[in-house]
Write a protein that binds this ligand. Structure first.
Ligand code: SAH
Length: 477
């Protein structure tokens, strides 16, 4: 709660923005502190409203641009600035790449403090918009309103009907669980993604289907997930709060007629407080239960609950780098740690004697096995479990000592026990794929005891955001 009599936080004028931060904001410095700024681009001179004061830093929002940085570009999206999705859309792609490369280089030099080769230049994404194969939109009867809309009392008090009502289908406003920004057009997935979402909303409004109230937990319509593959298949999963058979059937039939592109139409009844569907039974309404991604002639099955890298084309680039770094021979035993649905394991399998994948979500392991089966790959085996428990001496005796380890942990990086076990196992080569250079740097520092970094290749999987993927090749010293 805000204290009474607390001095209002100041506005600082003519602040020179000098850098981009690793969380999508930008940075300015005074003699005493660092300022993390929202809504500015390196090279800008801005006035900022301080929003938070800490001993070593301030948080602020740019309220006035005095000098526009040459790195700026016009935002393409009408939702920019409110939507949390594409924070770097106002910076040219060239400069986005520059700051991603710098993020990797800073993390590895400042945090890991180990001997490094020269970094390879970041691999850009061919598509800088519409590159995602999966988007999720949430229904809400409490649309996020702009100041203008708040002043329109008919919207605020819910008297307005149809398109102007408070009903929304879109993205969560960052940090606010019950506020949904209505999305008219998102630039992250190819059409008919927008068309499908907008048609569902239009139908729901016309037929007065109740949009979910996230606080009260009432209303029929909860959310939708739209997935696609580069082979042109589309999956739609609609999540309802209760089983209103008649309305559900009418809505899904309507969408199915309008969009013959949807090859897999599914729905789920979710009576829980949260939106996750991984623990729920998904019902097939029409078409196939899965869609398939294709990579170098390999097929990957994507069910409603399966994980798949969200930028398929860049995933292929990432895997090619991984494969090249791994330099697997047909006598090699390979471990693919944090294997997910076994995509990397299956991708490299034909080069190896055998590949062993480990992952803690057992449904993902089921998918990984299916992916081997449908591609007639017989030299893989997959195990479900937490890596820090699974990777023990018995496991290594049973599966063989790995010559090469590929590891692709989540943002927190590897558990210290896993890193230590890898050191103990001592494969000749380690390929470390990371989505968080900071935790990767921490783990590389530990691995430095026995391993030397040979190559570093950043890859951009998420244009318009600060996220960066990084592949590191390590060899035994
Ligand atoms: N390599 C995969 C994706 C890796 S994402 C691909 O390219 O498709 C990281 C994976 O690590 C996730 O699937 C997550 O479920 C798994 N994971 C996270 N923590 C884990 C742990 N402690 N033990 C095993 N797997 C874990």
């Amino acid at each position: 709660m805000r204290q009474k009599n607390k001095k209002p936080l100041p506005i600082l004028e003519n602040v020179s923005v000098i850098d981009a931060s690793s969380d999508g904001q930008s940075i300015a410095k005074t003699d005493e502190y660092v300022i993390f700024i929202k809504g500015a681009v390196p090279g800008d001179v801005v006035d900022v409203q301080i929003t938070r004061k800490k001993s070593k830093y301030r948080e602020a929002t740019a309220i006035n641009i005095k000098e526009r940085s040459a790195k700026r570009v016009e935002e393409v999206c009408s939702h920019f600035g409110v939507c949390g999705g594409c924070k770097w859309q106002n910076m040219s792609y060239e400069w986005q790449l520059f700051y991603k490369q710098k993020q990797v280089s800073d993390a590895l030099t400042r945090l890991a403090k180990i001997e490094l080769p020269e970094l390879q230049k970041i691999l850009p994404s061919q598509k800088i918009y519409n590159y995602r194969n999966k988007l999720e939109f949430t229904f809400s009867n409490k649309r996020w309103l702009t100041t203008e809309q708040i002043n329109d009392k008919s919207i605020l008090f819910g008297e307005a009907q149809g398109e102007t009502s408070r009903n929304a289908l879109g993205f969560h406003i960052p940090g606010m669980f019950d506020k949904i920004l209505n999305i008219e057009k998102c630039h992250l997935q190819e059409e008919p993604s927008n068309a499908i979402r907008n048609e569902i909303k239009k139908y729901a409004l016309e037929n007065k289907l109740p949009f979910f109230d996230l606080r009260e937990q009432i209303g029929l319509l909860r959310n939708i997930i739209i997935r696609s593959t580069s082979t042109g298949e589309w999956m739609l999963i609609v999540s309802f709060h209760y089983d209103d058979k008649i309305e559900i059937e009418k809505l899904l039939n309507h969408i199915s007629e309008k969009f013959p592109q949807i090859t897999s139409l599914q729905y789920v009844i979710n009576t829980k407080k949260n939106d996750t569907i991984s623990d729920l039974e998904i019902k097939l309404f029409k078409g196939n239960d899965s869609i398939y991604e294709n990579m170098e002639g390999l097929k990957f099955k994507i069910g409603p609950k399966s994980f798949y890298q969200t930028n398929s084309e860049q995933a292929y680039e990432l895997y090619k780098v991984t494969r090249e770094f791994a330099a697997i021979k047909n006598t090699d035993v390979v471990y693919d740690l944090y294997t997910g649905t076994g995509t990397i394991a299956n991708f490299v399998a034909h080069q190896a004697k055998k590949v062993v994948g480990v992952e803690y979500i057992s449904a993902a392991i089921d998918d990984a096995k299916i992916n081997s089966e449908i591609n007639r790959i017989t030299n893989t085996s997959f195990y479900a479990g937490d890596l820090k428990d699974v990777l023990n001496d018995t496991f290594i005796t049973e599966n063989g000592k790995p010559d090469v380890i590929i590891t692709d942990p989540p943002r927190v990086g590897m558990h210290e026990d896993v890193t230590k076990k890898i050191l103990e196992i001592g494969p000749k080569r380690i390929v470390y794929v990371s989505c968080n250079p900071a935790t990767q740097a921490r783990d590389l520092q530990l691995l430095d005891e026995k391993y030397k970094v040979i190559k570093v290749q950043p890859v951009d999987m998420f244009p318009q955001t600060h996220h960066v993927e990084n592949v590191v090749l390590l060899e035994k010293k």
